[in-house]
Design a protein around this ligand. Structure first.
Ligand SMILES: [Cu+2]
Length: 142
């Protein structure tokens, strides 16, 4: 029994969770903050290349007082609203695009204005994969 436990834990050392989950971020950018406002938004393409689903559960940054994953939705009156997404599941092989009018990272209380040409660093945190550090370029809205 003891030997079985030892070989089990050895096998687990050889196969850490982080080698199973493989999530990548591409094309990260944030829009410039509007003068006089203190909220910002960030966008990117999130790809789950691994064989297991992953769950995005938090965003951390030093560039703002708080940051959250948000989704834009249409309400019954046809108005665009946004709501916080506490957990975003990404299936194996799935790509989720964060873009204006859809998913975005919301920055509350930016510490200094986001200006075109500068960059904003943040970290995506997953329930079941290693955190991803992202550096997003500030780009004008097209
Ligand atoms: Cu938002």
């Amino acid at each position: 029994m003891r030997r079985l436990l030892q070989s089990l834990s050895f096998a687990m050392l050889l196969l850490p969770m982080s080698t199973m989950a493989e999530v990548i971020v591409e094309d990260a950018w944030v829009k410039p903050t509007i003068p006089g406002t203190e909220n910002g938004a960030g966008y990117f393409v999130l790809r789950n290349l691994g064989p297991e689903p992953v769950k995005l559960v938090a965003v951390a940054t030093n560039a703002a007082r708080a940051s959250e994953v948000h989704q834009h939705t249409m309400d019954e009156q046809g108005m665009m609203r946004m709501r916080r997404v506490p957990e975003l599941s990404i299936a194996a092989g799935e790509t989720v695009t964060f873009q204006p009018g859809s998913y975005h990272v919301m920055f509350f209380g930016v510490k200094k204005p986001f200006k075109v040409g500068e960059s904003v660093a943040f970290q995506l945190q997953f329930a079941d994969a290693d955190a991803l550090d992202v550096v997003a370029e500030v780009r004008p809205l097209k």
